[in-house]
Design a protein around this ligand. Structure first.
Ligand SMILES: Nc1ncnc2c1ncn2[C@@H]1O[C@H](COP(=O)(O)OP(=O)(O)OP(=O)(O)O)[C@@H](O)[C@H]1O
Ligand SMILES: [Mg+2]
Length: 259
């Protein structure tokens, strides 16, 4: 069975791309066949994170636009990353013209795009026997994110403890996820050191429970060395002993179990 999970957020910069790319690599290294898709067509990240070669493949933009097949889009990184399973990535086009073009599309086009999203599971299952599809979305309720959420079995909302972000995530959960009866798990990222000890940690968990009727799936601290690191790196490969890597491994195990 193929499962599709969207990594979503209300505001930008909460850590979706970092979490999606590292989770995909962990799960592929645990033997799963993972497809990681960049649906952030206005600000793609995965090309940079995985240092994708230009010109050797087509883009998710082309697939969604009906101009390319998934076989031409999905780049196999399993060997490069030494995964025992498979990791194939569908990149979004970072060229300015491509970003502009997709931003100009009308509602009719968006409805057709949703049909393509709804076929992803079947097509990726045929192409690479995918167990798991992870979608790195753009923040908020742009059509590409809504399509990804609607087409997914489950979403992970990555929020920070910034009050604007928490309130935005809560509204999004209420106004997008609930009406579509979509399940979402909450990951708190960039938690401050004083937020994750003793009573403060309990207060944080209670705040998430009050806003989303569930405790957080995970709380990931803010690490200065991640902020300072070059984005063009896969953290879990470069820093296997880092607490961020341990936390993501725990999230990966929980995702496998939910399976
Ligand atoms: N736990 C963390 N500790 C420190 N820095 C982090 C943490 N998580 C993410 N970051 C950093 O925050 C920045 C934003 O992360 P990322 O690009 O993954 O967010 P995003 O939600 O995908 O953003 P966007 O909405 O723009 O696509 C990056 O520099 C990333 O390395
Ligand atoms: Mg991103």
């Amino acid at each position: 069975m193929t499962r599709m999970i969207s990594i979503h957020s209300s505001r930008g910069g909460t850590g979706k791309s970092l979490i999606a790319s590292n989770l995909a690599a962990i799960l592929a290294s645990r033997g799963l066949n993972v497809a990681l898709l960049d649906f952030d067509f206005r600000a793609p990240s995965l090309v940079t994170i995985f240092q994708a070669e230009k010109g050797s493949h087509r883009y998710m933009n082309d697939y969604i636009d009906g101009k390319a097949k998934l076989g031409e889009v999905m780049v196999d990184l399993s060997e490069r990353l030494g995964c025992s399973g498979t990791l194939r990535v569908g990149f979004a086009n970072v060229e300015l013209d491509a970003m502009r073009e997709i931003a100009r599309k009308d509602r009719k086009w968006q409805a057709r795009a949703l049909k393509k999203v709804l076929r992803l599971k079947e097509e990726l299952s045929d192409l690479m026997d995918a167990n798991l599809i992870l979608i790195d979305t753009s923040p908020g309720i742009q059509y590409s994110s809504v399509n990804a959420v609607v087409g997914s079995d489950l979403s992970m909302i990555v929020a920070t403890m910034d009050i604007l972000d928490l309130e935005g995530s809560q509204r999004m959960y209420r106004d997008l996820y609930k009406p579509f009866e979509k399940k979402a798990l909450i990951v708190i990222n960039k938690a401050m050191p004083h937020d994750i000890v003793g009573n403060s940690k309990n207060a944080l968990i209670e705040e998430v429970r009050a806003r989303f009727s569930q405790p957080p799936l995970a709380i990931i601290p803010c690490f200065c060395d991640i902020l300072l690191a070059q984005r063009a790196s896969l953290f879990i490969r470069d820093k296997p002993g880092h607490p961020f890597t341990w936390t993501l491994k725990e999230i990966a195990l929980r995702i496998e179990k939910i399976g």
